[in-house]
Design a binder for this molecule. Structure first.
Ligand code: PMP
Length: 393
């Protein structure tokens, strides 16, 4: 009988994760990702989904997926360089470019892959990436894959960013920032970043995962929000949040998008976005293009909930968007708060170290246009109840 000793490290590592409180216990959802979800037969108010506009279960979006399957089947066959572009991918990319006000867009399989595609295509060994300290993991991994030197500036600190640029780091320079930061809900100072990039001859890449469908006119994103059209080199996006589906996007000038298409390994070596994802995303953008009703409802809900939380005497940190951190401080308290909320039928995740600094643990409430005012009042009642029980208010 062969020994399994060579796999002992797995049990040891898993135990260590559990001891450190870093083991991920994942809940099972038995319903669509709507305002309410079913977990173990219990209906709970959903504050954990990035489904900002309720598109994940929008009848037009789900119908688009079903109809596309009838016309095209499910899978894309292979990578696009071998099996070919399907015209539905091209339709989506044309629509995306139009929506974002850029010349061209490329769809890939996820937002994560969009960063793994764009960053190593643009810079390599001998070049420099200048990156915000709170950038998303996919930016960090894409940057590491590129083998460029990575210089990190303190979160949103444009003075520090300029200090780095002044030193004229080697090779091509690429400044990368999240548009909206996912744990705090604050917005990057993109106009200042773009000005510095122009002054020092650096490229810019903004990851607008949490800005698309949220910021700007009809949810066109952070570039539109700041009126920076034509001044940001690459916009990376995801279809998995406000658009309610799955997939990623790289947008910019025709030339830069073509360059990334030619060079990106996840594009060349990994199959394209599935047919239902492509069709559903296209329909979600159609809905956004027709009316800003959902975006306005999202903001109305977000303001209402945030004000309600503040009226309770709780702190919503530096949030400027529907991502609502309810600051608790101690990580164990945040976990207890989240567990007690769950008993009260509110599903809201506790976020602690290492996702946020020690002592800044919080409940992260993700507000959606799918929530009604009654839902938000229900949640506020429960936040008040648990907050009082835990002597936090
Ligand atoms: N970038 C940011 C800023 C994100 O928040 C996320 C999702 N957590 C991603 C990229 C990855 O997107 P996807 O889920 O489509 O891979």
């Amino acid at each position: 009988m062969s020994s399994n000793k060579h796999l002992d490290f797995i049990e040891n590592d898993l135990n260590e994760l559990k001891e450190k409180g870093l083991y991920k216990n994942i809940k099972t959802i038995e319903s669509p990702q709507g305002a309410w979800v079913n977990i173990k037969g219990k209906k709970v108010l959903n504050f954990c989904s990035n489904n900002y506009l309720g598109m994940a279960n929008h009848p037009r979006v789900t119908d688009a997926a079903k109809n596309a399957i009838k016309d095209y089947g499910v899978g894309p066959g292979a990578v696009r360089t071998i099996a070919g572009d399907m015209d539905i991918h091209q339709k989506l990319e044309k629509k995306l470019a139009e929506f974002k006000g850029v010349e061209a867009a490329l769809s890939v399989q996820s937002g994560f892959k969009a960063n793994l595609s764009a960053i190593p295509s643009l810079v390599g060994k001998g070049d420099t990436i200048i990156s915000d300290a709170l950038n998303h993991a996919s930016i960090i991994d894409g940057s590491r894959l590129s083998r460029a030197e990575i210089k990190v500036y303190s979160h949103n600190d444009v003075n520090e960013l300029e200090e780095i640029l002044k030193q004229n780091p080697p090779g091509k320079k690429l400044i990368i920032t999240d548009g909206v930061f996912s744990m705090d809900g604050d917005i990057a100072p993109l106009p200042e970043i773009v000005e510095l990039a122009e002054k020092y001859g650096a490229m810019t890449l903004v990851d607008d995962a949490h800005g698309e469908g949220v910021l700007g006119d009809s949810g066109k994103g952070i570039v539109d929000h700041f009126g920076l059209h034509g001044r940001v080199d690459v916009e990376v996006g995801t279809f998995s949040k406000a658009l309610g589906v799955m997939g990623g996007c790289i947008a910019g000038s025709k030339q830069i998008v073509e360059y990334i298409k030619q060079k990106a390994r996840p594009f060349t070596f990994s199959s394209a976005l599935t047919v239902p994802d492509t069709a559903a995303t296209l329909e979600a953008i159609n809905i956004l293009s027709e009316s800003d009703e959902l975006v306005l409802k999202l903001w109305d809900n977000a303001e209402y909930f945030k004000q309600g939380v503040r009226d309770l005497g709780l702190d919503t940190g530096g949030s400027e968007t529907p991502i609502t951190p309810v600051m608790i401080g101690d990580a164990k308290d945040a976990t207890t708060f989240s567990e007690r909320l769950f008993k009260e039928d509110v599903f809201a995740q506790a976020i602690g170290f290492p996702l946020v600094p020690q002592g800044q643990a919080r409940i992260r409430a993700m507000i959606s246009a799918a929530h009604s005012k009654e839902d938000l009042d229900f949640a506020l009642d429960k936040f008040a109840k648990v907050g009082k029980e835990m002597n936090l208010i």
